[in-house]
Design a protein around this ligand. Structure first.
Ligand code: HEC
Length: 168
């Protein structure tokens, strides 16, 4: 009688363990097993004859020399500088610091890679507006690109703002 009881207990326990195992397994795995589209899995070709509207194509950073020759289409007016400053404060301060002085003045830069001093006179002279615009929209050696967060126009406003910070 005792053995029958133990046997039943064993069966019940193993059934319970199996059920718990199945639940745990599904809990851990079902997210990866549902139907989904992985980014980049499929490439949809553009229908022929379509033209991109309202955006500016981004020149890849490998072609920085081409991008560096683009003229700045936006005058550095007060309002341009204000827009540039606002975006600078949102996107760039964490790494470049509130005054664009670089080093570890930005809170992220203390953990990331210290940034260059963008107000530096020699750097300012060496770089064209197009070069910095390209840095913003296409990214740098390690600096991330902001081409998806900022429009090309907004990037030019930021360049104007950076120019206004140049050391005299
Ligand atoms: C995640 C940190 C980070 C953020 C955010 C960031 N940068 Fe940078 N930036 C860097 C680093 C690091 C460098 C230097 C290394 C490199 O060239 O990638 C750099 C370099 C630069 C340069 C120097 C290019 C030259 O002439 O050599 C410019 C200009 C610049 N950043 C502008 C910006 C602007 C404008 C923003 C905001 C839209 C921004 N950065 C946001 C990290 C960042």
């Amino acid at each position: 009688m005792k053995y029958v009881f133990l046997l039943v207990l064993l069966i019940v326990a193993s059934a319970g363990a199996l059920l718990a195992g199945v639940i745990a397994y599904r809990w851990l795995n079902n997210m990866t097993q549902t139907a989904k589209l992985v980014p980049g899995e499929r490439v949809f070709s553009m229908p022929s004859g379509v033209v991109a509207r309202g955006t500016t194509p981004i020149i890849p950073k490998e072609q920085r020399d081409v991008a560096a020759r683009l003229p700045n289409p936006i005058k550095a007016t007060e309002s341009s500088l204000a827009v540039g400053k606002q975006h600078y404060q949102t996107f760039c301060v964490p790494c470049h610091g509130p005054e664009a002085k670089g080093g570890v003045t930005g809170p992220v830069a203390t953990k990331f890679i210290p940034t260059p001093d963008l107000t530096n006179r020699d750097l300012q002279r060496q770089r064209t507006d197009g070069y910095w615009h390209s840095y913003i929209v296409a990214g740098g050696a390690v600096m991330p690109s902001y081409g998806e967060a900022l429009s090309s126009q907004e990037a030019w406003h930021i360049v104007n703002y950076l120019r206004s910070l140049a050391q005299k």
